[in-house]
Design a protein around this ligand. Structure first.
Ligand code: GAL
Length: 476
């Protein structure tokens, strides 16, 4: 491999990512309204050891510590999310919480003063509880509520923020939150709720993108997208046509569900439409469980100025034939994802480490989404059990992954503009609480000061950033 191949393009964005509920704490401080994650965690039996994000990393009070971490890594970009109910306690612009505005102004201004570009996510799983009480993402009205919130944020912060993500991982919010009940709001309604939620999320995103485009872009000149998570799936047996079709279905139901409406056709993948329509009919539903886009609404196609990809893992797919009456996304998909025994699993059972899956997925994005600019907005490696600051496996993971990204750029011609490690800090890992650690910095949750200490992987990442890649001397 030549030196050139391991050097990233100039102006490559080197980032790390976080999300409000996972780091901020201060769940009810200074006028913040409750979110669905506050409610979810305060109920019992939902999160590992009944933990919650009431305090988390207390980034609300310890922002300057986080900024120091960002500076120590030498990040050029930092991705964080706004807590909707910290800004708008009841979810509407009827009441604006100025202390919330001041907090995010400080974060943004400090980043810019440190030469770090903010990438801001408007929604990372934490819906204001007041909106959940009106149906949340299952209600068609949510799209307008989200649009008003987005317009408020563009107007308040958009003079300085130029990279926006409306929604983080709508598929995860839809499925884990509304079908499996593992995430807030904890709904277990297999078969229909996830598609309805996903649909309303797409409508909400499209409205916000159109608002930005019409009202703010001419002056602010920023870019707006949404962060899509996807596994990469390949046939379990490459020689089997059934497995090949299963892998295609797996990709359609994970990647295509949101990428197809936004980047490809303006509609869901044909295989989703045909399977869910047919199964809904056979199950006695009066209409398809997969909603249809209506003509009167702003178009979803083309509502992303770049592709924002969260990639964690891969699967081998084989065909599955659940009984026709079974409800749920997996049954509709008719494909099962299994782990290849050669893939190491890191910490959590779902996270098989497959760096070359990222390269393949990047190529797939180039080929199917009209060669967009891509930011990898999340990618990471978890640690469980005893804390090990000398996290050699994670160092190897980042190195292998970034080499794959480099190949995607130089060999496959994918227009990758940046990479955000998940995460800057160990934080509240949703239903796994604090038991699963993804940080480049360890946070001592037992210590009153919530001390941040850099992992070895943080030091390695900082070196890669400083060299803008892997110069030849660093390759051994
Ligand atoms: C993503 C999510 C992050 C983080 C990560 C690691 O799905 O956006 O908030 O938790 O997974 O599991």
């Amino acid at each position: 491999m030549s030196i050139k191949e391991n050097v990233f393009p100039s102006h490559f964005a080197w980032g790390a990512a976080t999300a409000a509920y996972q780091i901020e704490g201060a769940w009810n401080a200074d006028g913040k309204g409750p979110s669905i994650w506050d409610t979810f965690c305060h109920g019992k039996g939902r999160v590992y050891e009944n933990q919650n994000g009431d305090v988390a990393c207390n980034s609300y009070d310890l922002w300057e510590e986080d900024l120091r971490c960002i500076q120590q890594l030498g990040l050029t970009h930092y991705r964080f999310s706004l807590s909707w109910s910290r800004l708008l306690p009841d979810g509407t612009t009827r009441h604006i919480n100025q202390k919330g505005v001041s907090y995010y102004n400080r974060v943004i201004n400090d980043l810019l003063a440190s030469n770090v570009t903010p990438m801001v996510t408007l929604y990372h799983f934490d819906l204001p509880q007041a909106l959940q009480d009106q149906g949340g993402w299952t209600s068609a009205h949510i799209a307008d509520a989200f649009n008003s919130y987005a317009v408020f944020c563009f107007g308040t912060f958009g003079d300085r923020v130029k990279l926006w993500l409306t929604l983080n991982e709508p598929s995860v919010c839809a499925k884990l939150g509304h079908e499996d009940g593992l995430h807030a709001p904890g709904l277990r309604d297999p078969g229909a709720a996830a598609y309805l939620v996903g649909h309303n999320m797409l409508r909400a995103h499209a409205k916000a993108w159109h608002s930005y485009h019409a009202l703010f872009r001419p002056e602010q000149r920023g870019l707006v997208s949404l962060a899509l998570s996807s596994d990469w799936a390949e046939p379990l047996d490459p020689g089997s046509p059934e497995d090949a079709a299963a892998a295609e279905r797996y990709m359609a139901f994970t990647f295509g569900w949101f990428a197809s409406p936004v980047f490809m056709t303006g509609d869901y993948p044909a295989v989703m439409r045909s399977r869910i329509d047919a199964r809904s009919r056979a199950q006695g539903f009066l209409s398809s469980r997969l909603p249809a886009f209506s003509e009167g609404e702003p178009s979803v196609l083309g509502t992303a100025d770049f592709f924002a990809l969260n990639y964690y893992t891969s699967r081998r797919a084989r065909s599955a034939s659940p009984p026709p009456g079974t409800l749920g996304l997996k049954s509709d998909q008719g494909a099962e994802g299994v782990l290849d025994p050669s893939w190491p699993v890191c910490g959590v059972s779902w996270l098989a480490v497959v760096p070359d899956g990222l390269r393949k997925l990047l190529k797939h994005i180039k080929d199917t989404c009209n060669n967009p600019a891509v930011y990898i907005t999340e990618n990471g490696f978890s640690q469980v059990g005893p804390v090990d600051l000398e996290d050699f496996r994670r160092c190897g993971f980042y190195r292998d992954t970034l080499l794959e990204v480099s190949e995607a750029i130089h060999e496959d011609g994918v227009d990758v503009r940046g990479y955000f490690a998940w995460s800057l800090l160990d934080n509240f890992e949703w239903a796994d609480g604090f038991s699963v650690r993804f940080g480049l910095f360890h946070v001592d949750f037992e210590h009153p000061k919530l001390t941040r200490s850099m992992y070895r992987s943080g030091r390695e990442y900082a070196k890669i950033i400083a060299r803008n890649g892997f110069p030849s001397s660093a390759q051994s």
